[in-house]
Structures are given as C-alpha cells and as structure tokens.
Design a protein. Sequence first.
Length: 356
Amino acid sequence: MKIVTIFGTRPEIIKLSALIPLFDEEFDQILIHTGQHYSYNMDQIFFDDLKIRSCDYTLNVGSGSHAQQTGKMMISLEDILIEEKPDLVVVQGDTNSTLSGALAASKLNIPIVHIEAGCRSFDRKMPEEINRLVVDHISSYLFVPDKNAYNNLINEGISTDKLFLVGNTSVDACLRAMDIFKMDNLDNNEDNEDYILLTLHRQENTSYDGLNEILKAVNMISEKVKVIFPVHLRTKKIIEENKIEISKNVIMTDPLGYKEFIGIISSSKFVLTDSGGIQEECAILNIPCLILRDTTEWMTYVESGKNLIIGTDPEKIVESVNNLLVNSYKIEEMKQIIYKIDKNTSKKIVSALKEY
C-alpha cells in the first residue's frame, strides 16, 4: 500500500515522529513537508533531534495569510498526489497543512487518514477549530485520542465505522524522544533552578493588545519567580515591532529543539501556555500546566485535574500563578493525580490501516 504523509509544522513533526518509521517499515511511504514552519529552530532541528528521515518533497510555502498558505499548498499538493497516486493520504492535527492535504486528497477522491481526530475547543473563532471540523468530515479513517473526542464525532453524525479510539501519538513521540536522548527521571532533578516556563503563539493571543496584556501579567509574575520564555517567531516580531516591555526576570530565548524543550518542561515548577501540544506533553511529563485560553481541545487533562484553564485576563493569570506559588502543596497535588497514559498508539494505527 502506498501512502502519502503530509505535515508542515513543529507539532506535526513531533507527533508523527514515532509513526513515520513504522509507516516506512510497513508501507510505501512518501513524506511531504509543506514548509509552513521553515526556520531551523522551528523545523530541521526536530528532524535532527528525533532521527526522522529526509522528506521526499518540500514545498517551501513559508508564511502568509491562512488563505495564501492553504491555496499555495493545495496547488502544489495536487500535482504531487496526481503523480504519486497514493492509496491513502495521512494528515495530523489541525494546521493549515492538515487542511490543505485533506482538501487536495478529497478533490482527487483519495481516502484520508486523520490522526488526532475529534478534538474540539468549541470556539470557531480559532482557525484550528475550523480546520479540525472540515478535515474530520471529509476523512475516511479517523484515529481518535480520547473518549471526549470520540463522543464529539458521534455527536456530529460521523459513522462509528470510520472511528478508531487508539490514544494519543504524543505519548509515543515523547517516550521515543526520551529514549533517543537517554533522559530518565526527568522531573526528579533536585538541583533545578526555580522557574516556570511560558509559551505563546496562538493567533488570538498574539495581536498587540492581547499579547501586551498577557505579558503585563507575566512581568508581574516574574517579580516572584523567574520565567523562561522560548519565543515563537510571530510572537517575537510583534514584541519587537511594538516595543512591548519585558521584565529582566523573563528570560527570552529562541525556539528550542525538542530535547532541550522537554528538559526545560520537566524541570519547571509548572508551565503557562496556549499550545495544545504542550498541554499534552505536560500531562505526559507530569508537570502542572496552566492554559492561557478560555477553551481547550484537550479537556480530558483539565477534567482529570492535571491541567487548569486560566484564560487571558491579566488579573486572573497573576492570581492563578500566585495561588500555586504561595500554596506549593497544590503543585504536588496536581502531580499526584493519576492520569492513564495509553502507549503504542502508533502501532495501533499501523495495525488498523493494514487490516482495513
């Protein structure tokens, strides 16, 4: 069976890192990188760190509006799919690369495999939410990470014949990475510095007004604890163009490779983020995660008590962080919550595709 796997961003590279080698073993796999993320620190470093082979096609789409990115990708992907004639097209998650790959395949009547199907924030102002909805409803094989996502798809009228509740590829990716990096007992380093980790990249949080308000709160927090802030390129541009003030206790860095990044997560007191992928990684690494959004597609972690939604109101952010800093026992209580992590999701996906 010939499959084409399409991706283009840092999270997709990470989440597919355990699956790509398995697909190579079992199928004739073509890898297509759209180039949605393209700097070394947002792209190639993850291929290097995670020992992923080179892509067969790289589109170099680069930045642009959602419509520009999606249109450019679809034009190029259509040509490749016509030439390669795959039996299946595999996409992951909710990015513009995911949407473009699925739409291009659908127009050519090629069955679509959607990994991480069914996730919903129920906020259609988020571009990612629209991408998820569209891709799920045109896919033939939907690999679902948890029961919440499964129920979402049932409620939307998608046939159970298309659904496979297999777990989360992030678990496989993180465990595989730890094995590659030979990192054991990541959260047991007693010599760690006292800090929290911050990441911000969502469109709704990186307008000037939204970002400025969040960073006001972060500056106040940094008076009590050091904040490490690997800065997404879009976020960095807005900070520099608008001369947004950053406290000296907020340590800004370039985007990090996966090895360094999961090391920093696992050694932090807790994490502030608007990223979906980092919410998953925090749960896997057993580090409390405070979510800088009003909704999340990963409610399963919130419902279990591993993660907290705190929104983007500066006062609420400061209050929530101070609550954990002052009452450190609450951090330990969050770590003590047992959340069952399903392993071998990637193998389950391969087995299902071989059977069907």
